[in-house]
Design a protein around this ligand. Structure first.
Ligand code: MTE
Length: 322
């Protein structure tokens, strides 16, 4: 099942690809699309795929976002609520392979592992995913990372594990945003935490990212290890992970705890369920930092990944469980 899936859907390359090559390819995508040959390499709607050094996008809307915007327009509230500031403030936050991750709870191989230990057992690959923020902006990001299910196979959750909880490092010396109230007198409940069902965590799309554009993850993007769940709103994709806990019950998640009427546990991208304060029907796709790099496009159910994930929710009322 996974093999077939990998072949058909996922972006995989044997080598890391520097940005210049992506940009050349991007021109290639445009040329091909204009020549009417888009869709030559089939995928699911809008997916960008590569084969023999060629990427053909089904739609121009899926141009890669530039490395600059991906690394200079960030949500990382531990640094700041201003999207431009994390790239400045994270300059001295450069964790390495000695970064420690605790594997805890309902799992057969609990322990504290360095990222280096973990990576020895994982196959890192490249995947291009859309990232749709709940604030209605989006990007297309070439991540490097490994499938979360590989980690699960390695650490072996017990049969009692129904959920996975992730936590970000809590260290106000590194993250000044953890010191003060960021919404007037209120603050977020630190450490930032997020969760998935065990089925979601095992879905082949769920990725633990270690890099972007073929380079190690910069601090502002969640160095050195962050979750990427592209069918969910971006806030589920927790950064700078230090703990992965397997639980029997649904874990508390930062935004859900802070504003439960606005942010649900599932947080699947859904153009039919509006945020109480704004519509989710469309999104601003940020491609580069020029005026023309921002266009408004319709939002797709599950961010366009329904073929891969809709079965996870077939018995769930998505209006109620937003
Ligand atoms: N993880 C932590 N620890 N803190 C955050 O503030 N912001 C989330 C998510 N992960 C956030 C986080 C939100 S709202 C989004 S949209 C994405 O990270 C943004 O990821 P990016 O900055 O790499 O684009």
């Amino acid at each position: 099942m996974r093999l077939k899936f990998d072949k058909k859907v996922l972006e995989k390359e044997s080598q890391v690809t520097p940005e210049e090559i992506f940009w050349n390819r991007r021109r290639f995508i445009n040329n091909f699309a204009l020549a009417g040959t888009a869709g030559l390499i089939t995928g699911f709607p809008g997916m960008v795929q590569s084969q023999s050094n060629v990427i053909v996008g089904e739609e121009l809307r899926d141009e890669l976002s530039s490395e600059f915007v991906i690394t200079h327009h960030n949500n990382f509230y531990e640094f700041s609520t201003d999207k431009k500031k994390p790239s400045e403030m994270a300059k001295s936050f450069k964790p390495g392979n000695d970064w420690q991750v605790k594997i805890e709870g309902e799992v057969n191989k609990p322990g504290t592992y360095t990222l280096e230990d973990i990576l020895k057992h994982m196959q890192v690959e490249e995947r291009i995913y859309r990232l749709r923020c709940v604030e209605a902006w989006s990007m297309v990001v070439p991540w490097n990372g490994f499938q979360l299910s590989q980690l699960l196979d390695w650490v072996q959750p017990t049969s009692k594990a129904k959920f996975v909880e992730f936590k970000t490092l809590h260290d106000p010396k590194i993250f000044p945003g953890q010191k003060r109230g960021i919404f007037g007198s209120h603050t977020l409940p630190w450490p930032y935490s997020e969760g998935l069902t065990i089925q979601e965590a095992n879905n082949p799309l769920a990725l633990l990212a270690t890099g972007v554009y073929g380079k190690s993850l910069p601090g502002q993007n969640g160095a050195p290890l962050r979750l990427v769940v592209p069918w969910k709103y971006g806030f589920k994709s927790i950064k700078s992970i230090v703990s992965i806990r397997f639980t029997e019950t649904q874990p508390e998640c930062t935004w859900n705890k802070r504003l439960p009427n606005e942010y649900g546990f599932y947080a699947n991208v859904n153009p039919e369920v509006d945020h109480p304060r704004w519509s989710q029907a469309t999104e601003r796709r940020i491609t580069d930092n020029s005026f023309f790099g921002v266009k408004r496009i319709p939002t797709l159910m599950f961010n366009g990944y329904g073929e891969q994930v809709a079965h996870l929710y077939k018995n769930l009322d998505l209006k109620r469980y937003y």
